[in-house]
Design a protein around this ligand. Sequence first.
Ligand SMILES: [Zn+2]
Length: 224
Amino acid sequence: MEKLVQGIHAFQAHIFRARHELFERLTTGQNPQALFITCSDSRVMPDLITQAEPGDLFVLRNAGNLIPSHGAAPDSGEAATIEYAVKSLQIRDVIVCGHTRCGAMQALLQPDALADMPRMRDWLGHAEATREIIAGSYRVADAESRWKATVEENVLVQLENLRTHPAVAAALSRGEVKLHGWVYKLETGEVFAYDPVRGQFVPMGEAANRAPDPAGKATARASA
Ligand SMILES: [Zn+2]
């Protein structure tokens, strides 16, 4: 904890004062470039990996970067945050970013490990489609490959869930919002983006510049 308190002092002394114009401008409002939906994992740092500035990213985080489908969790913070981002802030790009070595995705593959965590077990129900896809398509893969595939397939499943939210569906129908599926690779710092043309995750910059196919059924073949 002491490290965090020292960090606050250092921020005020060296960062906030030096960039006071930026922080003063931000007191009048925000106009973020993207809604960034990712895992709570401490090793995933949205601002750092994208080199974003204060005010650039509107961030939604939870265990496993899950997005309950519309109606599946009516009072959820996820539904409210997505609605606010798209309707009020009029954000045009929504990113769902999973990450390698995700503990939530590992738990999805090993539900017995959740015997004493009933809330987590229930929460991972929003990734049941991911579990089914992996159970059906990756039976012969080794444990590490299955884990990585689970991370990738889950990004695609959650993008599908995202489309069920009325604000997102309406914005998509008007061509006002783009959805992006990313995976951050902890081991190398690389970010892979889902390429709907090739049906796989490819290094950032190589992905086709268009939203994932609405069907979203292409298998997330491994490259991350
Ligand atoms: Zn995670």
